[in-house]
Design a protein around this ligand. Structure first.
Ligand code: ADP
Ligand code: MG
Length: 458
């Protein structure tokens, strides 16, 4: 059997190469060094015959080609085979016992290795602009030296601005360069669900101990969208322990959120100070140039061409969410594939209309104003309508008064009611204050204009 496989080996490699469209360089790098070492029962042991690159090579091949290798070998030999890839060192020491060890090791690493990372999120395809340069630099520094640069890294910003992309790029980078580290990526929702499942399905302590063990044995821990655990008390408690243990043993922690820690309502103060001890990096809206660069990059990725004026049209109209830019591109690509004709600027305008301006102009209500102001300043609606006198709340509150007064048709009394039971004079004074200050304060004026645009983009 072994001889037969050795005879067929080159043919098998060639078949894999053409099936996967592997380039010559890539083939030489990854598949060429593989030779048939031995067959043991249902297991084919392939030797990665290159001492230098063995660690990285074996990891890479296992991830990308192990299934294919096993399928193509099975087909050529007309019998089902599993595949293990071993290094020259392992081959030297090969005995029955050693084989067991190799298998166990493969098993252990495949269960521990993180499967939820999306390989398409890499640093290479993350477009860097003014809005995310700091976050990207911090992320890259951490990817190169986890645990020793900044801990924790806290990345925050609005939806669709690349937070998940960036943290997963850290994970993918570490996965490729360091196979000694265990990486764990979770969303705070899946963390919560897993915790609840463990609490619910078992009364005994074993499952909880396992849960804790799993989280505490990682070297790089990434938790995405932490805002979802902020108002769940028991999850927060458990997370606090996870966080502390990892932190104290110098493990890298990376957190993302839609807001800075101090704006997360219900987040325990203990967290706020711990998060703030690390590095905070925000991701803002991409500027026009960055949006254009993102569009160019995405089109390259899917090998599709769009006239420059269409690209410019998209860049000019989708300003605050990269996911929506992708949505717009996908819509146009789908259109041209279905209709079998190229997209013109007229078609683009027509097709994207609904994505840019909703069919029905939305009614401008004080509630809407409050929500937009709240989002803009990262101050909750509750704070806006409270009696809180902090400057960070008072200013947004006055702006909300001004915008309610000038943009809606509500009476001052009704606005006052909505803003936490204030009388009409308070609203009138607040609005006047902003009106007057805008005459001398250009920055404030710009800010108010920006919020107005968000409330009414037309
Ligand atoms: P968030 O987690 O902040 O909501 P995501 O990371 O999911 O946002 O990003 C939404 C989409 O936009 C993803 O497909 C991502 O690849 C893309 N994206 C966001 N920012 C960038 C960027 N700077 N360069 C390239 N793609 C980006
Ligand atoms: Mg995300």
């Amino acid at each position: 059997m072994e001889e037969l496989l050795k005879e067929k080996w080159n043919t098998i490699l060639d078949a894999i190469r053409s099936e996967f469209n592997i380039t010559q360089v890539s083939f030489n790098q990854w598949l060429r060094p593989l030779i048939v070492f031995t067959i043991d029962g249902d297991n084919v042991l392939l030797l990665y015959d290159d001492n230098e690159g063995a660690d990285l090579g074996i990891k890479y091949i296992s991830k990308r080609f192990k299934k294919a290798l096993s399928a193509f070998i099975s087909e050529a030999m007309d019998k089902e085979y599993e595949v293990s890839i071993i290094s020259p060192d392992e081959a030297k020491q090969y005995t029955g016992k050693r084989r067991e060890l190799v298998q166990q090791k493969n098993l252990a690493s495949s269960t521990m290795k993180n499967i939820s990372l999306n390989p398409k999120y890499t640093f290479e395809n993350f477009v860097v602009g003014k809005n995310n340069r700091f976050a990207q630099t911090a992320a890259f520094a951490i990817a190169e030296q986890p645990g020793s640069s900044y801990n924790p890294l806290y990345i925050y910003g609005g939806p669709g601005l690349g937070k998940t992309h960036l943290v997963q790029a850290i994970g993918n980078y570490i996965n490729e360069t360091r196979n000694d580290l265990n990486i764990l990526y979770v969303t705070s929702e899946s963390y919560t669900n897993e915790l609840i499942d463990n609490l619910r399905t078992t009364q005994n302590a074993t499952a909880m101990a396992k849960f804790r063990e799993k989280y505490r044995s990682v070297d790089v821990f990434m938790i995405d969208d932490i805002q979802f655990i902020a108002d769940k008390h028991s999850t927060q408690e458990e997370f606090f322990h996870t966080f502390n243990e990892l932190f104290q043993s110098g493990k890298q922690i990376i957190i993302t959120s839609d807001k800075p820690p101090k704006d997360l309502q219900n987040l325990n103060d203990r967290f706020i100070s711990r998060f703030e001890m690390g590095l905070m990096a925000d991701i803002g809206f991409p500027d026009y140039e960055t949006r254009k660069a993102i569009i160019t990059r995405k089109l390259e990725e899917c090998d599709y061409e769009l006239a420059p004026e269409i690209q410019e049209y998209i860049a000019a109209n989708f300003k605050s969410n990269v996911r929506k830019i992708e949505g717009a591109l996908n819509k146009l690509i789908a259109y041209s594939k279905l209709q079998r004709k190229p997209v013109t600027i007229e078609i683009a305008i027509e097709e994207l209309q609904n994505l840019i301006t909703p069919d029905m102009p939305r009614e401008i209500t004080p509630q809407l104003v409050l929500e937009v102001v709240s989002e803009h300043f990262n101050v909750s609606v509750d704070q806006l309508t409270s009696k809180n006198r902090y400057q960070s709340v008072v200013r947004p509150r006055h702006i909300a008064m001004y915008l309610c007064k000038t943009m809606t048709s509500c009476s001052l009394t009704a606005i006052g009611k909505l803003l936490g039971g204030k009388d009409h004079a308070t609203i009138s004074n607040g609005a006047k204050k902003i009106e007057e200050e805008m005459l001398i304060d250009q920055e404030l004026k710009r800010q108010v204009e920006a919020i107005k645009k968000k409330i009414n983009p037309n």
